[in-house]
Each structure stands twice: as C-alpha cells, then as structure tokens.
Design a protein. Sequence first.
Length: 327
Amino acid sequence: MNDVIQSLPQVLVDGFILGAVYAIVALGYTMVYGILELINFAHGEIFMSGAFIGTAFLFVFSGLGLFHSLPALLILIIVLVLTSVLTGFVGMGIERVAYRPLRKAPKLITLITAIGISFLLQDFVRFITELKRGNYILTGPSLFNTQHSIKTHSILSVFGNAQIKSASIIILVVAVIMMITLDFFINKTKWGMAMRAVAQDRETASLMSVNVNKVISLTFFLGSALGGATGVLFAVQYNTIDPYIGFILGLKAFTAAVLGGIGNIRGAMVGGFVIGILEMFASANLSTLTSGVLGSEYKDVFAFAILIIVLIFKPEGLFGKSVAEKV
C-alpha cells in the first residue's frame, strides 16, 4: 500500500495527460450524438489520421530545416492548425458522403456505415504510410523531451516526486484551451445556439430558419478538427504511431462520453479525465494490489468495466439527464 501512495502523484500527472486526450476525442462522439443520435465510430480513426497528418507535416518541416530557424512551439502551433483544418474537412466529407444519405435510415444502418468508414480509414492510412515509408509503424521527430520534476515529496513525505515532460505540459495546456474554447462556442455564440437548438429538436429548429445541414456539417468539422489536433498532440507525446491507435483509444473515449453523459459536452470532458486517471492507476498499481495475479496489461479492462457499470446503474451518465425516446 505504501508503494501505491508513493506513486500517486506520478499516476495523477500521467492520468491527467492521458485523460485530456480521451476528453477531447470524447467531445467528438458526444457532439455528433447530441445532434444526430449517431455513434460515429469512425471518430477514433479521425484522431489517428490527425496523428499521421501532423507527423507528416513535422517530417516536411524537419526536411526543410525549419526546426533550426523557428521555435519548436511555433512549429507545433502551425501543425495543429493545418491538421485541424484538414481533419475537419475529412469529417465534413464523411458526413456528406456516408451519413447524410442515411439520415432517415434505421440507426443500425448508420452504425454499420460508421464501422465501415473506420476500417476504410485504417487501411487507407496504412497503405499510404507503407507506400511512402515502407512500414506502417511511424516514429516522428522528437520534440519537447525536457523532463521536469514536481517536488510532491516536500508537500507530503509519503508521496514520491513526479516527473513530467515539456510535451506533456504543452498537451495539457493546449487541451484545456481547446475545451474552454469549445465550451464558450457552444454556450455563447450564435452557431453554438443553433447547434443546441438542432440537438433539442431538429424539425422545429428548421422551421425557425436554422439551416440544419450547415449546423450538422459544422458539428462534424469541429469534432473532427479537435480529434485531429489531439492526434498531433498524441504523436508528439508518444512519438510512435500506427494506423490502429484510434480503435482502442476511440472506444475508451466513447466510454468517457458515456460516463459523463452522452450528448453532454462538460460531461465528456470530466469523463475523459476520470477514465485517464483510473487507467493510469490500474497500469501502475494493479499488479501490487492483486499480488501479481493481474498485471498492468489488464488496465484496459478498467475502462470497459466502468462502461458496463454505468450502463447498468446510471445509463444516462454522471451528468446526463433521462429523456423520453424521440419519435
């Protein structure tokens, strides 16, 4: 138990970083579900595509020698903006081609379509990466690898000190900025009001002169842009990526959205951080707590066990509200 307490500061640091990634990806799920009641399982692959697009930009900038002439932080900001725009348009294209024609179809049809788009993006990215690099596993340029020590031992003697990379600090700051900006956009702007109106009642919103198709396209653009930007942050943090990173991570982000209350923006944020912290706690301490019976590789079980528990006891999520089925 002493080891568990001693490692707690590091677990919290790593959990917040991972949770920030889950939270932003979860926002894409919850935004689309809130408006279309569609679980966009291709969203994890949008995240993955963003990681590859961002890494490709980093390789290009490195080849041009810009790492020596421009600050690394400025390069990261440029890559984030470019990748966000590109993945935003990818999300809009998927909605226009794959989802809009099926908007009045049974939900099972659109769910199967989303899964099909997910596999299509996986194989497309793998094909392009193998064609250009000879291997679908990609290791990007290393950025912001300076380690910083957090002196938690001086706060409480039972705690050990925690370590955090510069990349992790940047990820957390950028993630918080994106979440605050999205929350402001949804709650304080005209387009955000239109999105909330469409989520409440699509038909009535259209009668009130709201362009439903534009609102839905904007929702996919924003969700995909955030997912793509998060993919870049993930690649900068962990360096090595492959076309399948979006599958499990997407499922965990969906779990976070369900935990917070699917369709609830702030709930998705909280759910992401909760899942991230619990997963890192399991990864660091599961072997100790079970006397070696379960190793850290069982950490993924935590996320899905939480999903099952939430669905059984509080299916609307922590911040969701029980609503009647729309007919």
